[in-house]
Ligand binder design. Structure first.
Ligand code: ACO
Length: 342
């Protein structure tokens, strides 16, 4: 069906195309690493980690398992749950903090391995904001009429670039992948209603992964000494995360003339349960309206938002017509939001 036949026409004369989520998929490594396991590696405790972050355990990939392996499994499941043939995909967008290689893109190999060639393939890196960036890009491709069916995935194997001697960072992250299949809908009111993507590269030095000495910022106070591992100023990131999460939610509600109670669900990047809880309480929302699973997976970076989406979808907690706000923030520094009518 042509784009023009699928949507109504807006005041500018341009065809409005809706978007439907067809199905989701998810893949996490089988190995569970608990806080008690971590306390055997670094000077920490289950109490400290769970009270400060909400994390109780995370999944850790076996040596040799890469972001591609997890992404392929999540993509296959999403295609199957969507009930489509992989050849129906026009594009696959993979958000990841660290692709398998610089060349080729990981997305290109995922497309080939799930049997979706010759679909387009695109890696997106906005660190923990990556999936919401990718969701916005995929939605725009469909709304423009350029693409009809797009897979959007988030996948990260954070354990491969953590300093396992640095208790400030290694306790926070986990590995995983998940994604969703989007397709053009004949209901123009369904899909992405509003999107934002932002960055402040002046604050990059609060979260970075240096390759060599030239990447260490001047006057750095946080570098642990291990290259190719995540370096983080936890207090600065915490401050940024609290302000940005709340600000993005407020701006989305204001722009659309909505009350917090109009939202059926907020699906937030899982950085710290205290950050999410403070946003939820300030909005006066009940716990079931801001999904939290950081206790089971830790911070899976690009994968955290789609893992939440997949679990909610599988549990039947998202209904047609629901207003759902996706929101994320991360290294860069970056942030993004995406308001959807499901
Ligand atoms: N176990 C025990 N003690 C620890 C640990 C640990 N794992 N890590 C740090 N400490 C100690 C510190 O050394 C410090 O000790 P001191 O007082 O003797 O100096 C004390 O605990 C307090 O340290 P802070 O860094 O001030 O602890 P804070 O309350 O800020 O919590 C945390 C740290 C959990 C990292 C918090 O800052 C945070 O969540 N920040 C956001 C980080 C984040 O989300 N990063 C993810 C990537 S970006 C993103 O997803 C948005």
């Amino acid at each position: 069906m042509s784009a023009a036949a699928m949507g109504s026409t807006n005041q500018t004369g341009r065809t409005k195309i809706g978007i439907r989520m067809l199905g989701t998929g998810m893949s996490v490594p089988p190995r569970v690493m608990t806080n008690q396991d971590l306390a055997k590696l670094v000077d920490t405790s289950d109490d400290w980690i769970s009270q400060r972050t909400g994390i109780r355990e995370r999944r850790v990939a076996a040596p040799g398992v890469t972001v591609r392996h997890l992404a392929v499994e999540a993509a296959r499941q999403a295609v199957q749950n969507a009930g489509i043939d992989p050849k129906q995909l026009d594009m696959l967008i993979l958000a990841t903090t660290r692709p398998e290689m610089v060349c080729p893109s990981t997305a290109a190999r995922v497309v080939a391995e799930i049997g979706a060639s010759p679909a387009g393939a695109l890696d997106v890196n906005a660190v923990c904001s990556g999936f919401v960036y990718a969701l916005n890009v995929g939605a725009s491709m469909i709304q423009s009429g350029a693409m009809r069916t797009v897979a959007v995935l988030g996948a990260d194997v954070m354990s491969a670039f953590l300093d396992w001697k640095d208790r400030g960072t290694c306790i926070l992250f986990g590995d995983g992948a998940a994604g969703v299949i989007l397709t053009a809908s004949d209901d123009p009111e369904q899909g992405c209603l509003r999107q934002t993507m932002g960055s402040d590269g002046n604050q990059w030095q609060h979260l970075y992964c240096p390759r060599s000495a030239q990447d260490i910022p001047p006057n750095d106070t946080i570098f642990s000494g291990a290259f190719e591992t995540m370096q983080m100023n936890g207090r600065e990131i915490y401050r940024f995360a609290v302000a940005t999460l709340q600000g993005e939610i407020d701006r989305a509600l204001d722009a659309m003339g909505l009350k917090p109670s109009d939202l059926a669900m907020i699906i937030s990047h899982q950085s710290n349960s205290r950050i999410m809880e403070s946003a939820r309480q300030r909005l006066g929302l009940p716990p079931e309206k801001l999904y939290i699973n950081i206790d089971r997976y830790g911070n899976t970076s690009s994968a955290s938002v789609p893992i939440c989406l997949h679990e909610l979808w599988q549990a039947g907690r998202l209904k047609a017509g629901d207003l759902v706000l996706f929101v994320a923030l991360g290294g860069g520094l970056t942030w993004a939001s995406s308001l959807w009518r499901i």
